[in-house]
Design a protein around this ligand. Sequence first.
Ligand SMILES: Cc1ncc(COP(=O)(O)O)c(C=O)c1O
Length: 428
Amino acid sequence: MQLKTIKTQFPIFKHQPRLVYLDNAATSQKPAMVINRIKDFYEKENAAVHRGIYPLSENATAEFEAVRDKVARFIGAETSKEIIFTSGTTESINLVASGWGRKNIGPEDEIVVTEMEHHANFVPWQELNSNLKFIPVDDNGQLQLDQLAKLLTKKTKLVALTYISNVLGTINPVREIINQIKRINPKCLVLVDGAQAVPHLPVNVQELGCDFLAFSAHKMLGPTGVGVLWGRAEILEAMEPVKFGGGMISRVERGRAIWASVPAKFEGGTPNIAGVIGLGAAIDFLNNVGLANICQQEAQLTAYALEKLQAIDGIVIYGSQELESCGCKCGRCQICKLECGRELKLCKNRLGIISFNIKGIHAHDVAQVLGDAGIAVRAGHHCAMPLHQQLGVPASVRMSMYLYNSREDVDLLAEGIGKVQKVLKNNQ
Ligand SMILES: Cc1ncc(COP(=O)(O)O)c(C=O)c1O
């Protein structure tokens, strides 16, 4: 699918023809295919899943469970039993923190996170009252992995890290990090926050070697209110449920209850059925375009945006600013899995996200003036306060791209920043 064709699949751009949408790290837009699938489900197929023994309910159950199989294939899971539907990345991580953490983490135990985590992959661990250690981030926005061996001890029970930073766009070398962790402490579990990675590049849990992966449907063209926790079957079997009620039990008596098997054990209550079905349509859309294609085009666009922004006077860009040629055979295609045979100019270890500040102007003012001009970017700490403390700023402006963005969007952003500087500097 060509870029222009892709954009026409998203009704929002028909209704908002001037919209330059660069807030994809917060949530993505939705293609007609996803919107229509959800509408169709409610109009023609709506029924509760798992319990009904009439055709409408049996069909809804089959559709719902087919999405579980689709998600499993999408991330290379061994079995769809390892796929738990949640409300999003935040709930997925909280489920591990409560269901696994409360049972396995004591005050003497250690958990390692990185300084670049979203609060969703930080606060749940902090709340466990364990000893929390941090892999530091250097001035170039990279994890200081030479610290890892020092940070890991026999007491380390879990490492929780993001695949791609939602502020710096840094792509962490997750597979290598996990190899190193397992070499040093084979019992240590690894949770990967895939919220910013699963929508943008091919992710295969078995190749990564992680133990948990969390991600959200709404950042990958799907609806809000749906997410996924993938976990290794044997770990999930041993984990405690955290939501109690209907659907998660196999038997209830007055004095006790016996849990259903995985994944039902973790899915108490009526799930977000239409949302899950919408996620299935989103995966179909992504598969049609191809994750490798999405990754490669976004990687080139990120490099273009970085160069464009670097040329702006008074801009401070956070994270890696190096551009490199992929030197095709192709170094980057280890990420995008595309043997394109072309030399591409790409950002070193960065995909899709660039955060910055304009000297002398508050990030919120930048975002507001850009917003008035139809350019949607995010300003604030992006739920990564510890990272902003490290960067020495309370807030930054973040532009984040996806498969419908183009060079024209980046050009309009750069122009818009020029206007912001004129308007706000003249007012000072
Ligand atoms: C890296 C990362 N982790 C976790 C989250 C939380 O995702 P959600 O709000 O969908 O639960 C986000 C959302 O921005 C994110 O960027």
